[in-house]
Design a protein around this ligand. Structure first.
Ligand code: NAD
Length: 244
């Protein structure tokens, strides 16, 4: 069999947590990884150096995915160097509050980053993917969007909207070799959940009795990004230790 083709892969919010594991895994698969960071490039550059030290291909870029103009400029610069055929919409934030106490700013910011970021990053990359007749668009959602979660009306709404958006986009682009899927993790060991769940709570919430590792999510994303996953599109795939 011929070796798997090298593709350029953009991972938003890729400098830490689940995103970093996805970058490392895609680089290990031979792809040229664009490690995207929000503001500071330092962590992204450190990850690029680590990937390169292992013989992988990587570069770093920073912009705020909630800022449409900044995102457009960043993507334009990346596209000038070649097509981006794998997109992982991983950037996301939560800002929790019980609903009566949730401020409009908390609602807007979480929606702007997750759902606005999906539009701002995905739309400029879609037409180039259609032209090359190969593409993978994978977005990170959450168990909160499927099961609900107290204090996360904003977060679960923004993530759930990614499910609907991805299903519609999947149908639009299906005939051109572009797939669009969502990965919905449960509790994964990153800074996002640090200190929020003690061992007893994890045992109560997760039938597998442990949190997941970023690497486990990365393995699923890498499969969806591969040629082998060509017939999987418009799906929301959970990875949560049997939480649902
Ligand atoms: P994380 O906080 O380590 O990573 C989120 C990344 O998004 C960070 O690198 C951050 O810089 C980036 N980001 C945030 N706002 C941004 C903006 N405006 N512009 C650009 N980048 C921005 O958390 P993580 O746990 O690695 O989360 C990764 C994804 O997985 C998120 O979408 C999160 O919602 C989702 N998720 C995480 C868990 C979990 O348990 N850790 C569970 C379900 C879903």
């Amino acid at each position: 069999t011929s070796p798997a083709p090298v593709r350029r892969a953009l991972v938003t919010g890729g400098s830490g947590g689940i995103g970093a594991a996805i970058c490392e895994r895609l680089a290990a698969d031979g792809h040229h990884v664009i490690v995207h960071a929000h503001r500071g490039l330092e962590r992204a550059q450190a990850l690029v150096a680590r990937i390169q030290a292992q013989g992988g291909r990587a570069e770093a870029i920073a912009f705020d995915v909630a800022d449409r103009a900044a995102t457009a400029a960043g993507l334009e610069a990346l596209l000038a160097a070649g097509p981006i055929q794998i997109l992982v919409n991983n950037a996301g934030i939560h800002d929790d509050a019980v609903f009566p106490g949730m401020s409009g700013a908390q609602w807007d910011r979480v929606v702007d980053v997750s759902l606005g970021g999906f539009f701002n990053v995905t739309q400029p990359l879609t037409l180039p993917m259609l032209r090359t007749r190969w593409g993978r668009i994978i977005s990170l959602s959450s168990v909160a969007a499927l099961a609900g979660n107290r204090g996360q009306v904003n977060y679960s709404a923004a993530k759930g909207a990614l499910h609907a958006a991805s299903k519609s986009l999947a149908q639009e682009v299906a005939s051109r070799g572009v797939t669009v899927n969502v990965v919905a993790p449960g509790l994964i060991a990153t800074g996002m959940i640090d200190g929020q769940f003690d061992a007893d709570t994890v045992k109560r919430l997760v039938p597998m009795q442990r949190v997941g590792q970023p690497r486990e999510v990365a393995d699923l994303v890498a499969f969806l990004a591969s040629d082998q996953a060509a017939y999987i599109s418009g799906q929301v795939i959970s990875i949560n230790g049997a939480m649902l």
